[in-house]
Design a protein around this ligand. Structure first.
Ligand code: CU
Length: 267
């Protein structure tokens, strides 16, 4: 495992998180088309950018909050055939709710005909893909993760306001990426923090035939980020989470139950 040891005397406030979302138009394939549509929910209610700043949600801790931004990155979407073989489509997609088209993703690589039982992907980039400065569109989207806390890229930016324990509305910035711990000498050791998500089709599998135009919905339940297995306290952790090793590891745990496989449709 690669370990980055970065000495630093002062950890400046991490402020690489300004607005400049990338314009990611879905790439079209020629014949058999398989599209992914990333949908967001808060438990039962669908979340879109029209909810930003207005719709109020209550998390597992009982804290009321709003949402003002949601961006996240998935990579190496893989389809699993019923016979156990798998097709890794490679690539990545940055979903940004402020850019509704970014929720649609059509991988460059065509998916061979067959019957599939599951879809998996990496939330964020795995260690081999999480290369600082490597992806121009992500650089332009202010998606970099600062070198001093391990470099590479963000996996998610989830922001809003919450009612704090003094009844004031306070901002939160739930940003996820590489975890880095502070050593006794003040240096930092970074460790990979992405995870794989495998979503089974409980309907018994789905078939892709040549010439099909299939859309596979991948649903994110935002409530799960604050719920399972750790009941997240925004009062305790709402800002400066990027250099916070414990917060990054907790996000990694809670993220595993966030996604489910949604509808699979053909047209
Ligand atoms: Cu950030």
């Amino acid at each position: 495992m690669k370990k980055l040891i970065i000495a630093l005397s002062t950890l400046a406030i991490i402020s690489s998180c300004t607005k400049e979302p990338a314009d990611l138009t879905p790439t079209k394939s020629t014949e058999t088309k398989t599209n992914f549509l990333f949908k967001q929910y808060y438990d039962g209610a669908e979340v879109t950018s029209s909810d930003f700043g207005t719709t109020q949600y209550t998390n597992a801790k009982g804290t009321m909050h709003t949402i003002s931004k949601l961006q996240y990155l998935v990579s190496n979407i893989t389809l699993h055939k019923v016979d156990g073989s798998e097709v890794n489509l490679g690539g990545y997609n940055l979903i940004d709710l402020d850019l509704p088209l970014s929720r649609y993703y059509t991988p460059m690589k065509e998916i061979p005909a067959g019957t599939y039982s599951a879809v998996s992907f990496t939330f964020g980039f795995d260690e081999s893909d999480n290369i600082t400065g490597e992806y121009l569109d992500l650089n332009a989207a202010s998606w970099a993760w600062p070198m001093m806390i391990g470099g590479g890229y963000h996996f998610m930016k989830f922001e809003g306001m919450f009612m704090d324990n003094t009844s004031n509305m306070t901002g939160f910035a739930f940003h996820n990426g590489t975890a880095s711990r502070v050593n006794s000498d003040g240096s930092r050791t970074a460790e990979p923090n992405s995870f794989r998500v495998k979503l089974w089709d409980y309907e018994g599998g789905f078939t892709i035939e040549e010439g099909d135009n299939t859309t596979i919905d991948i649903n994110m339940n935002l409530a799960e980020w604050f719920k399972n297995p750790i009941t997240w306290s925004l009062d305790d952790m709402h800002m400066m989470l990027m250099p916070n090793y414990q917060a990054q590891k907790m996000m990694n745990q809670n993220g595993r139950s966030v996604f489910t496989l949604g509808f699979i449709s053909k047209n």
